[in-house]
Design a protein around this ligand. Structure first.
Ligand SMILES: [Zn+2]
Length: 250
């Protein structure tokens, strides 16, 4: 039995040329779980599974680069050739109201019927599609979470968008793979608060004793290779740069 991670989108803030924003697909023996669904990630998801095959979706925070393709996914499911159950979505508080804001009044009910939202709670542990999903609050500019997923004795932690914080280090403790945002690199002298730099992503991996590190969510005008170098200056384990289409067996 294996758990397979497929990288669907890696761009930070907006989609870089030919790339997509945050999206990660986990496939295990008991089901499928997608983490974030940023612009372009649905197109990539559909290369691997059908819109009817996704078991559940977990969203780190309600910034458009992490959720906006949910509209496409729900459109596909709503008009599927045979009726589909509502998609189970785990999301920050107020997500249902937030998502329905751009839906026209007359379609709002049908839209909501395609969804079954459970709001995240800090440090909750849930069984989702055969995975254990653990959520920790992260330090971003809106309510935001990091996830740890465990299955078949393997573990992966996904930072979402966050500044450096003890919660992420605690959540990622001893994880096999840490997927960590590195919005900024050493190309910029000062980063924006609420995000990590490559050096900080390396620091998180060191402090959490992560088995390996995947750098993601790099700002499109900055260098992903530079972010990897920055992270590797402190962290001695394997560091890779997330790329769309990457499939990793955990
Ligand atoms: Zn983001």
């Amino acid at each position: 039995l294996t758990v397979e991670l497929t990288v669907l989108g890696t761009s930070g803030g907006y989609a870089g040329p030919g790339k997509a924003c945050s999206g990660y697909l986990l496939r295990g023996a008991a089901g499928t779980l997608m983490l974030d669904i940023g612009p372009g990630s649905l197109a990539n998801m559909l290369k691997y599974i059908g819109a009817d095959d996704l078991g559940a979706l977990s969203i780190t925070h309600m910034h458009y680069d992490h959720y906006v393709d949910i509209y496409g996914l729900l459109t596909a499911r709503r008009f599927w050739e045979s009726p589909l159950p509502p998609l189970r979505v785990y999301a920050p508080s107020g997500a249902e109201e937030f998502l329905s804001r751009v839906i026209s009044e007359r379609s709002r009910k049908e839209f909501s019927a395609c969804l079954e939202i459970t709001e995240h709670e800090p440090w909750s542990e849930r069984e989702v599609e055969g995975f254990k999903l653990i959520t920790a609050p992260s330090r971003h500019v809106v309510e935001s979470y990091s996830f740890r997923i465990e299955a078949e004795g393997k573990s992966v932690c996904y930072s979402g968008d966050t500044d450096i914080c003890d919660e992420l280090i605690e959540l990622a403790e001893g994880v096999d793979l840490l997927i960590c945002e590195s919005t900024f690199t050493s190309e910029v002298s000062e980063k924006e608060k609420g995000h990590l730099s490559g050096i900080e992503a390396g620091e998180v991996a060191v402090r959490a004793r992560a088995g390996s590190l995947m750098i993601t969510h790099v700002w499109p005008t900055l260098s992903g290779e530079r972010a990897v170098e920055d992270a590797g200056s402190g962290y001695r384990g394997p560091v890779m740069l997330a790329r769309e289409g990457m499939v990793i067996e955990l």
